[in-house]
Design a protein around this ligand. Sequence first.
Ligand SMILES: *Cc1c(COP(=O)(O)O)cnc(C)c1O
Length: 452
Amino acid sequence: MSKYEELIQKDLEYIWHPFTQMKDFEEHKPIVIDHGKGIYVYDLKGNKYIDAVASWWVNTLGHSNDRLNKALCDQANKIEHILLAGFTHEPAITLAQKLVEISPEPLKKVFFSDNGSTAVEVAIKMAYQYWVQVGKPEKSKFVAIKNSYHGDTLGVVSIGGCDLFHKLYKPLLFDIEQSPSPYCYRCPMGKEKGKCNFECAYAVEDILKKESHNIAGMVVEPMIQGSGGMIIYPPEYLKIIRELCDKYDILLIDDEVAMGFGRTGKFVACEHADITPDIMCLAKGITAGYMPLAVTLCTQKIYDAFYDDYEKTKTFYHGHSFTGNPLACAVAVENLKILEEEKIFEKNQPKIKHFGKKLQEFYKLPNVGDVRHLGMIGAVEIVKDKKTKEPFPFEKRVEMEIYREGLKNGIIMRPMGNTFYFMPPYVITEDEIDLMLDIAYKSIEKVLSVSL
Ligand SMILES: *Cc1c(COP(=O)(O)O)cnc(C)c1O
C-alpha cells in the first residue's frame, strides 16, 4: 500500500470531518494536502490546486508566506502561551492598539477569543450584560436575519438563519426575532432587484415598533450573507438598519468575521455603508489563515457599563484557555504590517475590477441564474431553469459533481447549496484570476451539459 493510501485508510478510521457526511468519503476519498505556496496547495501525489476558497475564507496572503512563517517561529522561541488574566504580552498589546486604530472610530476596546463563533457569542453576552448593567434587563432578545450564519456554537446557532445547518437544534436554542433576508435575486418581499424601497430593511422596523423594549441588539453580516449563499446586498440596507438601531435604542452587532481584513475591498465591510457598529467581531482573516484567533471590539460606552468596584459583580465572566495566544497575536501583528507596508488593499483595487468584469462571462452559461461580486468575492448561483429560478433538486447533488470536476481540473471550490463562490488569496494575479474562473467555467459547463 502506498503512503497515500495508508493515510487515507487511517483518516477514515479515526477522523470525523466537519460539515461532512462521512459515508460520502467511502466513495469520494479526502485529498491529502502536503504543502502550499501562494494561491496553490499540493497534495501528496503532487497534484496542484488553486485554493479558490482561501481554505474556508481564512487565507488572505497566500499559503506559506515567508514573513508570517518567520513571525510565528520568532514568537515560538520567546513564549508560546501565557494566560491573559493577570498577565499580558507585547503581541496582544500591539495588536489591540493597531486594531482600534484602523477600526471604525467609536470602537475602543478589544476582547480576545479564538474563533469566529466565539467572537459573536462574546458579542451577544456583552450586549445583554450591558443592558442588565444599565438597568434594562428586559432587553434580552436579538433580531437576526433569515439566511444568516454566525457560527456553530449554540448561542450563534440561535441567531442563525440557514435551515439546513440550524433547524434541527431548535429545541436547544433561545428565541429571536427574525427579519427577512436582503436576497435581491430571490426577494422575499416580492420586489425586483434595484427597483425597491428597501422593504426588507423596513421590515425590521415592524419588529422594533412592537418589541424594541425587549430587544438588546441586532446582528448583521455586513454587505454579504456569506454561508447563506454569498448573498450580496446594497449598502443602503445597512444604513437603514443603523438608523433603526439608533431610533429604537438597540445595539448593532457587526459580524465581520468573514468580511473583515479587506475581503470586500475595504478593511471592514460596514465601511461601504459609512456606518459604525456598537460591537464588531473579527476572526477569519486576522492571522491571514495561520492561527485560530478572534476579537470582539466594543465602544467605550459599553465597556464603561462593566467598569465598577469588584463586589458589584459587573465583571465580564468570559474567557478561554487560548485567549490572546501570543503565537496567534504575533502573526496577526505581522499580517497587519504586511497589509500596510505592501499596500495590499491598494494593489487589490485593479484586481477587483478585473475580477468583476471576468465574472460576467458566467451569464453565458444556460444554468447560471445570478452572478454576484464585491471586492475579492465572486459568486455564481446555479439554477435548473433561468426563467423560474428553480434550483436543481437537493438530492441530485449537481453542485457536488461540479465540485469534483473542479478538483480534477485543479481548483478547490466548495459550493454552498446551489452557489459557487471564489474567494482567492489576495496574492492572486489577474492572469491567475482568469485561470481560476476559466477552470470553474469549464467545470460547470461540462457537468451541466451532461446532466441536462
Ligand atoms: C465563519 C463565520 C463565523 C464562525 O467562525 P468560526 O471561526 O468558523 O467559528 C461567524 N460569522 C461569520 C459571518 C462567518 O462567516
